[in-house]
Design a protein around this ligand. Structure first.
Ligand SMILES: C[S@@+](CC[C@H](N)C(=O)[O-])C[C@H]1O[C@@H](n2cnc3c(N)ncnc32)[C@H](O)[C@@H]1O
Length: 280
């Protein structure tokens, strides 16, 4: 057995790391996550040549700490996502939100803007791009943009590549797959790539949802911030919802994950249906 596999994490090292993670990302690590964190960090300790979690804590608190904490958050966060995840949200976008917004924007020549605010490896952002592009296919509206952001540089690098395994695109209807994806051939067999014409509408940013300013255009008409709030505590969720709401146009929508709700948080949005809120 590799010696590090048996290195234990002390309660005080865990408290220190959990506090650093919270300070950096607002992800709240409960006491039940200690062994998960220890397991995920062991290979990082090995890569850094460190022999204990206490030494790792010291590194995080040193002058190179900022970069290391970023790696730490990346290692412990959940990046699971998929194309057309929670499909009702995309159906609502097609049948309710786009028909409401697009004619108005067409009339005054304003671009339609939608933001995937915790996009992970990009599936949500590209699903949004597919849905908007489909809606606009037979219309004259020229300009629209999807902003795609995440705290994880590793995830963003994958998202920017826009290359997925064929088994990852199983939820994409075949007609849309043909229209918006290119199948890999020869050594790329088994993979597919987002077509450049679609990719050109998506802009990537590294954004921590708790930073003071978001480098995205304003106002946004729709913000998807799904399956990330569950990791934050209620005061952080409330401040995040207010910050996102401030980026929305009046009549714009905030969409959160099915298992997330704004219940009990103070905010200025109206509930429309499960996970969908509208700024009055
Ligand atoms: C489970 S994924 C959600 C992906 C997608 N929104 C979906 O619903 O399928 C959560 C993502 O939130 C990101 N994240 C966690 N804390 C964050 C923060 N403070 N700011 C921005 N992104 C964050 C993680 O890096 C991860 O990629």
């Amino acid at each position: 057995m590799h010696p590090l596999l048996s290195v234990p994490m002390s309660a005080s090292a865990y408290r220190t790391l959990a506090a650093l993670v919270y300070e950096h990302s607002r992800i709240r690590l409960g006491p039940d996550k200690q062994s998960l964190v220890a397991n995920r960090l062991r290979s990082r300790l090995r890569a850094l040549g460190l022999d204990s979690f206490d030494a790792y804590c010291e590194r995080c608190q040193s002058s190179v700490g900022e970069d290391e904490i970023e790696q730490l958050v990346d290692l412990i966060s959940t990046n699971h996502t998929r194309f057309f995840r929670e499909p009702e949200h995309f159906t609502h976008l097609t049948h309710r939100i786009l028909p409401e917004w697009i004619p108005r924007l067409e009339a005054d020549g304003t671009p339609f803007r939608v933001w995937s605010a915790a996009t992970a490896s990009g599936e949500e952002a590209y699903t949004l791009a597919v849905v908007v592009s489909e809606f606009l296919r037979l219309r004259v509206m020229a300009d629209w943009r999807v902003e795609a952001s995440d705290i994880s540089r590793r995830m963003l690098a994958r998202a920017e590549k826009g290359i997925y395994r064929m088994e990852d695109v199983g939820m994409v209807p075949p007609e849309l797959l043909r229209r918006y994806f290119q199948k890999g051939v020869a050594s790329r067999q088994g993979a597919c790539r987002i077509r450049p014409e679609l990719r050109a509408h998506v802009r990537f940013h590294r954004i921590n949802l708790f930073q003071s300013e978001y480098p995205v255009d304003r106002p946004q008409h729709v913000i998807f911030c799904r399956n990330v709030m569950i990791y934050f505590d209620p005061p952080s969720r409330a401040s995040l919802v207010r910050a996102l709401s401030a980026c929305l146009a009046p009549g714009g929508y905030l969409v959160v994950g099915h298992s997330e709700s704004l219940l009990g948080l103070r905010h200025d949005l109206e509930a429309v249906r499960q996970g969908i809120y509208r700024k009055p």
